[in-house]
Every structure is written in C-alpha cells, then in structure tokens.
Design a protein around this ligand. Sequence first.
Ligand code: GLN
Length: 188
Amino acid sequence: MKVGVLALQGAFSRHATLLDRVGVTPVEVRTPGQLADVDALVMPGGESTTMSMLLEISGLREPLADRLAGGMPVLGTCAGLILLARNVADGRSDQRSFGVIDIDVRRNGYGRQLDSFEADLDVAGFDLPFHGVFIRAPVVERVGGEVEVLARVDGLAVFCRQGPVTVAAFHPELTGDTRLHERFVEAL
Ligand code: GLN
C-alpha cells in the first residue's frame, strides 16, 4: 500500500516517518504523476494560503479534486484540514478549499493568546489520551450532520471524519504517537 504525503510545503517529512512506522510505503507527492500512483494521501500542516497557490502551480489542483471526488482516503492536518473544509473564514481571497468535509473553519481561529498550545485529547476509540500539538490552528466553527466528531477541546471539534476524509486541527505527527496514522492506514 502506497500512501502519499503532499510535499509542496509545510510539515510533511514527519508524516512520512510515521507512515513508514505503521507499515505502509510513504511517497512524497509533488506532481500529478506521483498522485496517480498512491492509494491514499496525507495533507500536512503548514500554510494553507501557500499550499493553495502551490496546488495550482504544480498542476495538482484538478487531479487531486478528482481523486477526492472518487473517494480516495485522505488525512488532513491543520492546514490540510483547512484545504479539505467546505467553508473557510479568514482565508486569503484567492485561497481555495476542496470542500469534501462538511465543516466550516476559521483560520488561526484560536487567536493570539492560544496561538499555539497542547492538549491531551480523549479520542473516540483510543484507550489513552492523544497528545495534540496545536500550532496557529484552525477553529472548527460548524460541523455538518454527516460528520463524526472524534475529539473535542473545550467543546470544539478538533478531530473529525466524514467517510474517507479524516481531519485534525492539530499536528499528530509531532509526538511520535503512531495511533492516529495507524487508524488511518487500518481503514484503507
Ligand atoms: N495557520 C495555518 C494556515 O492558515 C495553519 C497552521 C498549521 O498548519 N500548523 O494554513
């Protein structure tokens, strides 16, 4: 099983390390040809405005939209979550999202004081808490009826799934805990 990691910008390399540890072959994806070769994709954290622009320049926007429409499993974290969301507030006007999970998000929505923070998350299906690292994270402001919320912080959804689309507002690749990647890969 080959799992791509979108490698245009941002925190992609540690995702690849964790995917390797949970037994799949990680493939860095920068071109349509590389995308065509993977069974699933991780869209990492970073800067969603830049990634949105690089998706156009690389020619990946359309083929990725097609794969997502075709039900390719995808895990989006932080900026990746923003790029997969239905509606994005406080984005740049030319930033585009794929709209494949029915959530509305606000970029950098935790505000200045909580710019970056960490929290132990009770995740549905995990026996022990998962340590979540939030870095200029998006706030999920609305969750559609078809979306399953797998973890919350102060009542706000931070980990969600809708069919093949899983999103986390935090960076699950930073702590060395492989459970989240394991769960993603097990469902493939
Ligand atoms: N604030 C970033 C954005 O808007 C996301 C931050 C992150 O991915 N850690 O894209």
